[in-house]
Design a protein around this ligand. Structure first.
Ligand SMILES: [Zn+2]
Length: 73
C-alpha cells in the first residue's frame, strides 16, 4: 500500500511537470515576425556585384547596384 501511494505521487508529479512545460508561451505575447521571403538577386550590369531586387536601380532592362553605376552604364 505504501508503494502505491509513492507511485501515485510520482505519476501526479510527472503529469504536472509535463503540463508546466507545455504552457511556457505567455498568453498575449507577440510572436516574432516571420522572416521576409527571399528576394531575387541581380548582378549589376556595371560591376557585377549582386544586389537584392528591392535595392536595384533599373535602367531599361539592366539592373545596377547603385545610381552611380546606372549613370555610368
Ligand atoms: Zn555596380
Amino acid at each position: 500500500m505504501k508503494y502505491l501511494l509513492v507511485f501515485v505521487v510520482v505519476i501526479v508529479g510527472l503529469t504536472l511537470l509535463k503540463k508546466s512545460h507545455q504552457h511556457r508561451e505567455i498568453p498575449g505575447a507577440r510572436k516574432p515576425p516571420k522572416p521576409a521571403p527571399p528576394e531575387h538577386m541581380y548582378a549589376c550590369s556595371h560591376c557585377g556585384v549582386h544586389a537584392p531586387q528591392s535595392r536595384c536601380v533599373w535602367k531599361g532592362d539592366n539592373p545596377y547596384c547603385c545610381s552611380e553605376h546606372a549613370r555610368l552604364g
